[in-house]
Design a protein around this ligand. Structure first.
Ligand code: GLU
Length: 440
């Protein structure tokens, strides 16, 4: 169709020019629906930039890939992989890759969008992205996981790169997986490209301090929130859900600072101790036995009882959709620090707010990981590496300043810290969007 023959009247009602893609069907939204509700809550605060808000409501690019591998027994298995680039208005897409049996497109879309908000909330020069493979990695050997990672990296190699989209660890992925991704991308492009992923081993251009960075950010922002609402750090009783990279580091750092871990829940079970749990001993026990249960000095608790634990601070650091309208009213903590992405539904947010519980939202609380990922990426580009003290000091400064400015916005508008973070982040993203303008 030539420009002249293109109809000027497309017959669409004014203000409704969008066709809804099938993966945005309102009937099957899942975690993506939660994200959309969060965007709706912030739209009234966006002023003129609300004109561009539809940009936030659909991912820029979605890639679904088939990942076939040879299993150790010689058979072939196929897995479903995703890479979603939600937004690149402020810089390349950035965000982790998770291996989990429950990964869905809706989940990866929501996680990629939360990366956009997180990166903008702490003012990192990135957009948002996320990837995942639908697999339970516990049932596969190292060799099988290496082949899976390499094939997945090759399949998404079309859209990733140090200046395009930079993956990192997330649930069930780690520095070794990042090393395989870096090597595969490098072999495919004919050059060693360390900056294509972050969260790598230090020997391969990884950053000192990256392993504990998310937990450190949980501590820094959580401690700042505790101070605001009058919860003393010394002896503060903390319940942690999830004892992976995030929950474990947060528990250790809080413990070292004088707080008391009174409950830990992970996939293997739930343990409590009013006297306090030594997170170092808990980690050793978990590594030795494969379970958190049976840790000396603790008692087991049935799974659902975790929400009733008498504590001052709760740290959900596992998966999304944990604090819901079914359990939010039972939370006895005064502060919830979201180590996980998306652990609280909007309905639970309202209940917690009504009960005077302060929630430090994921997009702020767990931003320490991607902040040190940013340091890693900068160090890789400049081939000049910083000391761990420098990294931790810069991380703490960024997290403290982000907390302080979001707290101020939340007070000014009388909104939760989550809405404040969305106001600041969406304003930054949409301002960039408006300045760049529509191409072509
Ligand atoms: N997966 C982490 C997150 O959800 C880190 C992402 C990154 O470092 O890019 O924030």
């Amino acid at each position: 169709m030539t420009a002249e023959s293109r109809p000027t009247d497309l017959g669409q009602p004014a203000g409704q020019p969008h066709v809804i893609p099938s993966y945005l069907d309102p009937a099957h939204l899942g975690p993506w629906g939660i994200y959309l509700e969060q965007v709706d809550r912030v739209t009234p605060y966006l002023g003129k930039l609300a004109y561009w808000v539809e940009t936030l409501k659909r991912p820029k690019r979605i890639l679904i890939v088939d990942v076939p591998i040879h299993l150790d027994d010689g058979s072939v298995a196929h897995f479903e992989g995703y890479r979603v680039q939600h937004n690149t208005s402020r810089g390349p897409a950035k965000g982790g890759v998770r291996f989990h049996q429950d990964v869905t497109l809706s989940e990866v879309m929501a996680l990629s969008a939360w990366m956009t908000v997180k990166n903008a909330a702490v003012n990192l020069p990135y957009g948002g992205g996320k990837g995942g493979i639908r697999i339970d990695p516990r049932h596969y050997s190292q060799g099988e996981l290496e082949r899976l990672t390499r094939r997945y990296t090759t399949e998404i190699g079309l859209i990733i790169g140090p200046e395009k989209d930079i993956p990192a660890p997330d649930v069930n992925t780690n520095p070794q997986v990042m090393a395989w991704m870096m090597d595969t991308y490098s072999m495919n492009t004919g050059k060693t490209a360390t900056g294509v992923v972050t969260g790598k081993p230090v020997a391969l251009g990884g950053s000192l301090g990256r392993a504990d960075a998310t937990g450190r950010g949980v501590f820094v922002t959580g401690e700042a929130a505790m101070r605001k609402v009058g919860v003393r750090l010394e002896g503060a009783r903390i319940a942690v859900q999830g004892f992976g990279n995030v929950g474990n580091a947060a528990a250790r750092i809080f413990h070292d600072a004088g707080a008391k871990i009174v409950a830990i829940q992970d996939v293997s079970g739930t343990v409590i101790s009013t006297a306090g749990i030594d997170p170092y001993a808990a980690l050793e026990h978990l590594r030795g036995t494969g379970s958190i249960l049976g840790l000396s000095g603790t008692e087991p608790l049935e799974r659902d009882g975790f929400w009733d634990v008498d504590c001052d601070v709760m740290i959900p650091a596992a998966l999304e959709n944990q604090l819901t309208e079914a359990n939010a009213h039972r939370i006895r903590a005064k502060v919830v620090i979201e180590g996980a992405n998306g652990p609280t539904t909007p309905a639970a947010d309202d209940i917690l707010q009504g009960n005077g519980v302060t929630v430090v939202p994921d997009v702020l609380a767990n931003a320490g990981g991607v902040t040190v990922s940013y340091f890693e990426w900068v160090q890789d580009f400049s081939s000049f590496f910083w000391t761990e003290d420098e990294i931790n000091a810069r991380l703490e400064r960024i997290m403290r300043e982000a907390f302080a400015s979001l707290w101020e916005v939340s007070q000014k508008h009388g909104v939760t810290l989550r809405t404040a973070a969305f106001i600041v982040a969406c304003t930054r993203v949409l301002e960039a969007r408006a300045l760049r303008g529509l191409y072509p």
